[in-house]
Design a protein around this ligand. Structure first.
Ligand code: ZN
Length: 287
């Protein structure tokens, strides 16, 4: 008996501690993008890390009583991934979501999810900047990188825009942030929409990476914030503006920052190594 206990203790001390996967919820169901195709891609990417157990909550279409009854149990999850761009949720669901993030829940906002909910102040605070859907000069400032630092640009103008899809370089601006640590300073992303003229309260927001929205593709001519970390109460938000569709989501840079950003939003740390096939400054990498 004594020997058995000793053997068990020895085994327990040398075996790695396998933490339970982080309960994760992807929300979709309404989006002017192909959520039926992109949600399974992101679910697979997250589960491939072994860190997340992913469920999907699909909101009903329209803006009727079915949507009014949509109320995921946010408190069950460590992190929520928003792949939703659609009609406003019920007051009860909005309040529960605010309480969840403010109380320390993680949130990841993907591409057009930052078009959602223009009139919901807390959501705009969570995403820092958003676009389209009736946003205007009163929505806040442009969040950009100028002269080596993050700036809020309050000049009036367009809110939410992108030029023609094209490949572009992501430039790391916060190399010590857990999501970015170890990633190359610059990496090439395949053809995608480069969101520019995005506007919002942009409080407690840190630009992680920008891309230059070249006027030759119809862009703003500014270094636009495309990966952003935001604090909302005790909660952490990772906002990625890339990933228009499944082709752009094949980028190992999209996949890696989604995986790392989701872990950071859930736990405040990133334990994942940088993959060997991460894109280079002049070469995309697809999976
Ligand atoms: Zn798009």
């Amino acid at each position: 008996m004594k020997t058995l206990c000793a053997a068990w203790l020895l085994a327990a001390s040398v075996l790695p501690v396998l933490a339970a996967p982080l309960p994760t919820l992807i929300i979709d169901g309404q989006n002017n993008h192909d959520w039926k195709a992109t949600t399974p891609v992101m679910k697979k990417d997250l589960e491939a890390t072994g860190l997340f157990s992913v469920e999907v909550a699909t909101a009903p279409g329209g803006n009727g009583p079915e949507l009014a009854a949509f109320q995921p149990d946010f408190a069950k999850y460590k992190v929520v991934v928003m792949n939703y761009n659609g009609a406003m949720w019920s007051d009860a669901t909005c309040q529960a979501f605010e309480a969840y993030v403010a109380g320390g829940g993680g949130l990841v906002v993907v591409h057009a999810a930052d078009n959602s909910f223009p009139k919901w102040p807390a959501y705009n605070a969570m995403i820092a900047v958003g676009g389209w859907s009736g946003r205007d000069d009163t929505s806040g400032a442009y969040l950009r990188w100028k002269d080596g630092k993050q700036v809020l640009d309050t000049q009036p103008g367009t809110v939410g825009h992108h030029g023609a899809q094209h490949p572009f370089v992501l430039e790391t601006r916060s190399p010590k942030h857990p999501i970015m640590a170890g990633l190359p300073e610059n990496w090439l992303h395949p053809a995608d929409e480069l969101y520019d003229f995005m506007r919002g309260p942009a409080k407690n927001a840190t630009i992680l990476a920008t891309a230059f929205a070249d006027t030759k593709f119809g862009g703003s001519g500014e270094h636009e914030a495309l990966l952003i970390a935001i604090d909302f109460g005790k909660g952490r938000v990772f906002h990625t503006m890339i990933g228009h569709g499944t082709e752009a989501m094949q980028c190992v840079g999209f996949i890696t920052t989604l995986q790392r950003g989701t872990e950071w939003a859930a736990t405040g740390k990133v334990t994942q190594p940088v993959p060997a096939d991460f894109p280079k400054p002049d070469a995309v990498s697809l999976r």
